[in-house]
Design a protein around this ligand. Structure first.
Ligand code: MSP
Length: 502
């Protein structure tokens, strides 16, 4: 049986969840659900990144201890993910003892292997990024290119990770693993960083105590990025359960935003090499979700909370929009008007109206009992093609393409109904055939769209008289034409997705 260890980044607790965080998390959730449908064993991990100067300062500004602040904000992320139907298997927090122990074990090993050494460092530091910059990368030589805020000059005696030594091995790894980072534009970006030459990276701090203590020198705590990346190893038992770790690690797939590409695609594989581990097999990198053309951020006050949009569009309206309308990879601009228009065309019309229409006509022409599909329906081939396209698209983290393929079945079915006009025809085998085909399509779409809009698909499943949940179905069997058994009561009801006006 296939296995997948799928991860999101762990989110900083200096900030509350916004739709940028939700975009990554919903994408990963839908991908996890697709693989579960395919019968694979999935371990889906998300969590919060709770150490570092940035969090300590946010806590101070909020007038509470760092731990209290982390507890409160981690709870906000958990609430947001509950609201958005995120089916994570584990929520890791970097302040948990299991993680602190793993960070120490992992980095002790890198130290023992000679890849970590003491040195002095003076540099320009952006607290918001938790990263040093060279002057040439700064705006006007003094401001962080991402946050626009002035950087600070820090002088520290630090432990350094000897990243510079890994340049050749990283290039070899990329060469031998063409699918390591996708899409290709992001792979090239990572390769560009490596080819430019790598500097050693400062891996500890003495300027803060809010972190994991360096086990061989307790004046230091680990720099938050080295602590954070190791969360992926903690959750599958790196230091506590080697067999479990061995089973999941070769199936790892990280999903991240492009802002953290350098850490995941350069530092992390090198850190793995430093402890004698192969890098994770896949990293998929998406672009920014922009609002009014700009990246959302606390400093720009342009953040949108998931709950605001869920109030207007429902959980599934929210999930569908970001999966379908913000293709994975390039940057995408959020627009409320765009969200309304996609909701109305795909959810209210193509899917919702098809269900209402079929339920109404089945009530009038078939006594409310759904007929079976025709084995030789022309829609069978349309569906088979769409299933193949959707499967390939979900597997390469292209939800937008997967959903477009799924909706192509609905479009064809609506067109077939318009052409046959069963609502005008006399009851009989012809009408039964057309409606049976449409019900079979609704069954199929309830399964195929379940990863994106699980709640609506469960309701759809119930309305066409099926018991259980589409989430309990298994591909490929569930995608074969003819699964709707017929003879079931089709339940009329309120529109699945009421139309929206601006
Ligand atoms: N804590 C680090 C990640 C450590 S992973 C070992 C971090 N946290 S973060 O809270 O800043 O979240 C970063 C991630 O949130 C991005 O990589 C991306 O997945 C998501 N996004 C945050 N803002 C975003 C947008 N405006 N657009 C799209 N995704 C965004 O970095």
């Amino acid at each position: 049986m296939g296995r997948l260890f799928l991860t999101t980044p762990i989110y900083y607790v200096n900030d509350v969840p916004h739709i940028g965080h939700a975009y990554t998390t919903v994408t990963a959730d839908a991908v996890a659900r697709w693989h579960r449908l395919a019968g694979e064993s999935v371990f889906f991990l998300t969590g919060t990144d709770e150490h570092g100067v940035k969090v300590a300062r946010a806590a101070e500004a909020a007038g509470r201890s760092s731990q209290d602040h982390a507890d409160a904000t981690a709870a906000r992320f958990q609430e947001a993910w509950k609201l958005l139907d995120i089916s994570y298997d584990d929520f890791i927090r970097t302040t948990e003892p299991r993680h602190q122990l793993t960070v120490q074990a992992f980095l002790q090993k890198a130290y023992d292997n000679g890849h970590i050494e003491l040195d002095t460092y003076e540099g320009l530091y952006c607290v918001a990024c938790e990263a040093y910059y060279v002057e040439s990368d700064l705006d006007d030589g003094l401001r962080c290119p991402i946050h626009g805020t002035p950087v600070e000059r820090l002088v520290e005696e630090n432990y350094f990770f000897r990243l510079s030594r890994f340049q050749d091995r990283l290039l070899e790894w990329y060469e031998a693993h063409p699918d390591f980072v996708s899409p290709p534009s992001k792979r090239n970006e990572a390769l560009g960083i490596i080819r430019q030459g790598l500097d050693d990276v400062s891996l500890s701090r003495t300027s803060t105590t809010w972190g994991v203590t360096v086990p061989w020198d307790e004046k230091h705590v680990f720099y938050v990025w080295f602590d954070a990346l190791i969360n992926y190893a903690t959750a599958i038992g790196y230091s506590s359960d080697p067999d479990r770790f061995g089973a999941w690690w070769p199936t790892t797939h990280h999903i991240i935003g492009k802002d953290i590409l350098r850490f995941h695609c350069v530092y992390w594989p090198a850190m793995c090499m430093a402890v004698g581990l192969d890098p994770p097999p896949h990293i998929s990198v998406h672009g920014f979700l922009l609002v009014g053309g700009e990246k959302m951020s606390k400093t720009r006050l342009n953040q949108i909370a998931p709950a605001d949009l869920v109030n207007d569009f429902g959980v599934d309206g929210f999930r569908y929009h970001f999966l379908r309308d913000v293709p994975f990879g390039p940057d995408g601009d959020f627009s409320y008007e765009g969200m309304i228009s996609r909701y109305n065309s795909d959810l209210a019309n193509n899917l919702g109206n098809l269900l209402s229409r079929v339920a109404t006509v089945v009530a009038r022409k078939c006594g409310g009992v759904g007929p079976r599909a025709r084995p030789d329906s022309p829609l069978a081939a349309v569906a088979a093609q769409a299933v193949a396209t959707a499967d390939a698209a979900w597997r390469r983290v292209a939800p937008s393409e997967a959903l477009d393929a799924t909706w192509s079945i609905l479009r064809e079915t609506n067109a077939a109904l318009e052409a046959a006009e069963p609502w005008r025809a006399e009851p009989g085998p012809e009408v039964d055939g057309v409606l049976g085909d449409a019900l079979e399509v609704l069954r199929l779409v309830a399964v195929l769209a379940y990863p994106a809009i699980p709640g609506a698909c469960e309701e759809l499943w119930r309305r066409i008289g099926l018991s259980g949940s589409p989430g309990d179905e298994r591909l490929p069997a569930a995608a074969e034409w003819g699964g709707y058994p017929g003879g079931l009561e089709v339940v009329p009801g309120d529109p699945l997705f009421p139309r929206k006006t601006a």
